[in-house]
Design a protein around this ligand. Structure first.
Ligand SMILES: Cc1ncc(COP(=O)(O)O)c(C=O)c1O
Length: 401
């Protein structure tokens, strides 16, 4: 339901996600149609440059989803000239994230060591990193859950101390800032974003890889598109440019994929990026209302902000000490037509897919399990949600009694 629809009715329906497209995005689609080039071209290239610049990073490589961004990032690290990742190497990751944060790690033969999260941020507990480290550790995956920055500075420092690659999956936290003002999505060797519907900016399907490392950028460009050389400038570290254009047109140097975005997605992304600052302000206004209502109530554990959350949505963990009946409480939300989901994807090792993973649990996953059993999130959108948030609070308050 769009904001305009809501004004016609007194009924409040609190949805999980809402469209943020306006006439600008539709005009962008028409611009591409009139240009008659639909596959990745100038609009995608411009969006890559603008998006990287927004983060203060050098290179952007757009792909068709956030999941593809993670896949290309992991794959690229296997083909670096110096110190490439190798099968059997280990990666440290938080126990709560989306499935495709983890899947490329499995697909490339890495062993995962899952670390618990903090209950009051739902982000990786950095105090566990030392315990998670082994002589085979080569990679850390950092994730900022639902808008709230993880301890990215501490994770980066740990990675540097132990010579590890850092992949920052920032698919949920575009625009979040650490206490010192640095942006989430800029701490990794690779940083990934998703532009799926409901994310901070939406091309409906789409994703981006950001890096400051030229070689990683070139690897990602090749792996994104068939493993060929076409998007590479002459004379890169990963391939020299041959004289013979006949062979160069179809020259394959890496085992790549086709994960290219459509040109329309690039054009839409550029329009959405212009609106991002206002989107973030609106989300944070809603966050303030949410914090005021839920913050002082010890039946609900809501995230302590580490810096400035970009508030993807509103995670709530029902305080287990108050012995909540989660089924009944979620039933009440359903009856009130309020959308909700398990936080991100829940505690990943509790999914059946884990059977296919070489993995170990570091210590216990006590907090991740609590979030899995007692947590859920409500939607946040870049327009006023005061009435919806009030409805959610009243519904939960009643259901808890
Ligand atoms: C942390 C995280 N990583 C990766 C993804 C995958 O993004 P996409 O849906 O664009 O493939 C998501 C999706 O929401 C996510 O939350």
């Amino acid at each position: 339901m769009l904001d305009t629809d809501r004004k016609d009715t007194n009924e409040v329906r609190y949805e999980l996600a809402a469209s943020t497209w306006g006439p600008e995005e539709i005009a962008a689609i028409h611009r591409v149609i009139e240009g008659n080039r639909f596959t990745m071209g100038a609009e995608v290239a411009a969006f890559e440059t603008e998006y990287a610049a927004w983060h203060g990073l050098k290179y952007g490589v757009m792909v068709n989803s956030g999941s593809s961004a993670n896949l290309v990032a992991v794959a690229s690290l296997f083909y670096k000239k110096d110190r490439p990742l190798q099968r059997g190497d280990e990666a440290i990751a938080p126990a709560i994230s989306w499935s495709t944060t983890y899947h490329p790690l499995q697909q490339y033969g890495l062993k995962l060591r899952f670390v618990d999260v903090e209950l009051d941020t739902i982000n990786m507990d950095v105090a566990q990193l030392e315990r998670a480290l082994t002589p085979r550790t080569r990679l850390i995956v950092a994730v900022s859950i639902l808008g709230n920055p993880a301890r990215l500075d501490a994770i980066r420092a740990f990675a540097d101390r132990h010579d590890l690659y850092l992949l920052e999956d920032n698919c949920e936290s575009l625009g979040a800032e650490l206490p010192d003002g640095r942006k989430a999505g800029t701490f990794g060797d690779f940083n990934t974003s998703s532009f799926f519907f409901s994310h901070h900016i939406a091309t409906m399907e789409g994703g981006m890889i950001l890096t400051d490392d030229e070689e990683l950028c070139h690897l990602a460009r090749s792996i994104r598109a068939h493993g060929w050389t076409r998007e590479l400038p002459p004379g890169t570290r990963i391939a020299d440019r041959r004289e013979d254009e006949f062979y160069e047109a179809y020259r394959f140097i890496l085992p790549g994929y086709n994960l290219r975005p459509l040109e329309m997605s690039g054009a839409i992304g550029r329009e959405q990026l212009k609106k991002l600052p206002e989107f973030l302000r609106a989300r944070r206004r809603n966050l303030a209302r949410f914090q005021t209502l839920f913050g002082g109530d010890d039946r609900f554990i809501i995230p302590r902000e580490n810096g400035k959350s970009s508030s993807f949505s509103f995670p709530i963990v029902l305080n287990p000490k108050r012995q909540p009946d989660r089924r009944r409480i979620l039933g009440a939300l359903r009856d009130a037509d309020i959308g909700f989901r398990i936080v991100t994807g829940g505690c990943f090792p509790r999914h059946d897919a884990i059977r296919h993973f070489d993995h170990e649990i570091v210590g216990t996953l006590k907090n991740a399990n609590t979030v899995h059993d007692f947590g859920f999130f409500l939607g946040n959108h870049p327009f006023d949600l005061s009435r919806e948030i009030e409805l959610a609070y009243a519904t939960l308050d009643r259901a808890f009694r």
